[in-house]
Each structure stands twice: as structure tokens, then as C-alpha cells.
Ligand binder design. Structure first.
Ligand SMILES: O=c1ccn([C@@H]2O[C@H](COP(=O)(O)OP(=O)(O)O[C@H]3OC[C@@H](O)[C@H](O)[C@H]3O)[C@@H](O)[C@H]2O)c(=O)[nH]1
Length: 312
């Protein structure tokens, strides 16, 4: 929008929030449509960033059929729209297409290790078939596609109830609650800050790279290290609580980003601690906002019925 593009945001608000975009309402380049991509959409566009789908494991497992419909029927609808109007489509795919990987770090040519009938399948298999659909439309119909395999990402405007590890740990640390580590905490992840991802998505969309590209920050830590780091950045006295491990939880994950560096001249630039401090600041404000804006329904005054005689 700041570059002069007209942007139409399409959201069914299943996990999104109007408050995340309300500051743009009224801007001449901005439009917001309340729509679910599982239904067809007829608009005129040049580029489609197909980001729809819950991405947090508790959210996508909450309604697996809906997650599957969004990633299959929703992707078909968006590819159909791209074909009709001659638009380029960028699919937000995921590091979860690599499953619980046997190759480390994960590069784009790794086919993955996914349980097709496990609890995560609605999302990881959903995204895998979404990629398949993109390349079928490219080959058969000539639709221009871009596929970003997005690794763990965090930042301001994540939902308080998102359920992913960074927002959970920050909120727990801020409220003095125990930080919930699933399993031993020896599993690893590498987290990128949201602005790095956005720059990567725009670079990929406007590149000529049609094959999948990993977008992530390769700085890898164990989940226990994340818990300790967040505790110390918040200055929290919270305990660390070990809970049972999540089923099919990938044990190691770290992106190989050589392709993005070479073909998009992109790499993450926001250091982990700087990004975490921004997210901590955001959630601190959110907790204050919530405390000051609790909706407490007032008791209704008794209704006085007019024009009726009361019979005892
Ligand atoms: O409170 C928590 C939450 C999560 N975890 C652990 O922290 C790790 C990361 O979990 P998250 O839920 O944040 O994210 P995951 O890596 O499992 O999945 C994510 O992968 C990449 C993206 O496609 C998605 O954002 C999401 O599916 C897991 O090992 C999980 O078990 C905790 O220890 N405690």
C-alpha cells in the first residue's frame, strides 16, 4: 500500500482479528472483505498472497476438516481465481511439509517425513497437496506460482490464544505463570521475526523463482533454551514446567536458506533478542489493554410492559 498498490485483505477471522488491520480502514488503497476462501471469490487482482489457513498446531487441530478444506478447496479456489484473471499466486507453504525430518538442516530438495494419518496431517498433508495443486495449475494451465516454505515465525499481532510456543512463553512469563515445555525441551526450532518473513514473501512474489523456497531464520535453539531466554528477557520469576510431549512433534528443525540467499538476495536481518523484545513489548501492552477493556455486561433494567392490564 505504501508503494502505491491497492490491497484487498480477505479474511474469515477464524484466527485473524479486525483489530490487526483496523488502522488501515479508510486508507484509499485498502479494502477488507469478510470471506472464507472455501467459497469462490470473484475479484480482479494481479497478485494473490494465499496465506489462508490456521497455522498454530492447536488451532489447525481444533477443526481438522476445516483446515483440510481451507488448504485444498481454498487453494483450488485461489488457483481458479489466478487462472481466470491471469494473476500470479504465492502459496504460504510451511516447514511442516518436511514432517519430523531425517535430514538436518532442511533444504528444498528434501521430500520430508510426514505421518499421513497423524494429528498434524490436516495441516502438513494439506499444505503438501496445496503445493501439488500449484504445480498442476502451472503445468496444465500456465498459472504463475510461487511457493514459500515458511519456518517458525513470531512477532507482534499474534493472537493471545495463538498457542504457539513464543506467544505462550511470553504471556506465561509476563503473568508469572509456569512456562509450559512439552516433552524434555530438547527438541529444536529456529525462529524468524515477522518483518523478515514479509520482506522474503514480497521478494519471492516479485522474483522469477517458481520452485519452492525456504524462508526462515537458521539460528537454532532447543525449546528449553527459548524458555530460559524469554524468562530472562521478561525478567520473570516464572518456573519451567515439563508437560507430556506433543504427538508427532518434529524433533529438529532448521532451514537451509542458501536458495533464498542466492536467488532472492534475501536473508533475515532481525536478531532473535531484538525480535523477542518487540514481541514482549506488544504482549505487555495487550495484557494492559485487556485489563482495561474487560466487557462486563450490565444487568438490564426490568422491562415495563405498556398497554397491558396485569391479571393476578
Ligand atoms: O507451550 C508450548 C507450545 C509449544 N511447545 C513446543 O515448542 C515447539 C514449537 O511449537 P509451536 O507450536 O510453536 O510450532 P511448531 O513448530 O510445532 O509448528 C509450527 O511449524 C511451523 C509453521 O508452519 C506453523 O506455525 C506451525 O505449524 C514444539 O516442539 C512444541 O511441542 C512447548 O514446549 N510449549
Amino acid at each position: 500500500m505504501m508503494d502505491g498498490h491497492e490491497v484487498t485483505v480477505v479474511d474469515n477471522f477464524f484466527t485473524g482479528r479486525k483489530r490487526n488491520v483496523e488502522h488501515w480502514i479508510g486508507h484509499e488503497n485498502f479494502e477488507l472483505i469478510n470471506h472464507d476462501v472455501v467459497e469462490p471469490l470473484y475479484i480482479e487482482v494481479d497478485q494473490i498472497y494465499h496465506l489462508a489457513s490456521p497455522a498454530s498446531p492447536p488451532n489447525y487441530m481444533y477443526n481438522p476438516i476445516k483446515t483440510l478444506k481451507t488448504n485444498t478447496i481454498g487453494t483450488l479456489n485461489m488457483l481458479g481465481l489466478a487462472k481466470r484473471v491471469g494473476a500470479r499466486l504465492l502459496l504460504a507453504s510451511t516447514s511442516e511439509v518436511y514432517g519430523d525430518p531425517e535430514v538436518h538442516p532442511q533444504s528444498e530438495d528434501y521430500w520430508g517425513h510426514v505421518n499421513p494419518i497423524g494429528p498434524r496431517a490436516c495441516y502438513d498433508e494439506g499444505k503438501r497437496v496445496a503445493e501439488t495443486m500449484c504445480y498442476a495449475y502451472m503445468k496444465q494451465e500456465g498459472v504463475e506460482v510461487r511457493v514459500a516454505r515458511i519456518f517458525n515465525t513470531f512477532g507482534p499481532r499474534m493472537h493471545m490464544n495463538d498457542g504457539r510456543v513464543v506467544s505462550n512463553f511470553i504471556l506465561q512469563a509476563l503473568q508469572g505463570e509456569p512456562l509450559t515445555v512439552y516433552g524434555s525441551g530438547s527438541q529444536t526450532r529456529a525462529f524468524q521475526y515477522v518483518s523478515d518473513l514479509v520482506n522474503g514473501l514480497v521478494a519471492l512474489m516479485n522474483s522469477n523463482v517458481s520452485s519452492p523456497v525456504n524462508l526462515g531464520n537458521p539460528e537454532e535453539h532447543t525449546i528449553l533454551e527459548f524458555a530460559q531466554l524469554i524468562k530472562s528477557l521478561v525478567g520473570s520469576g516464572s518456573e519451567i514446567q515439563f508437560l507430556s510431549e506433543a504427538q508427532d512433534d518434529p524433533q529438529k528443525r532448521k532451514p537451509d536458506i542458501r536458495k533464498a540467499k542466492m536467488m532472492l538476495a534475501w536473508e533475515p536481518v532481525v536478531p532473535l533478542e531484538e525480535g523477542l523484545n518487540k514481541a514482549i513489548h506488544y504482549f505487555r501492552k495487550e495484557l494492559e489493554y485487556q485489563a482495561n477493556n474487560q466487557y462486563i455486561p450490565k444487568p438490564k433494567p426490568a422491562r415495563i410492559k405498556k398497554g397491558r392490564t396485569r391479571h393476578n
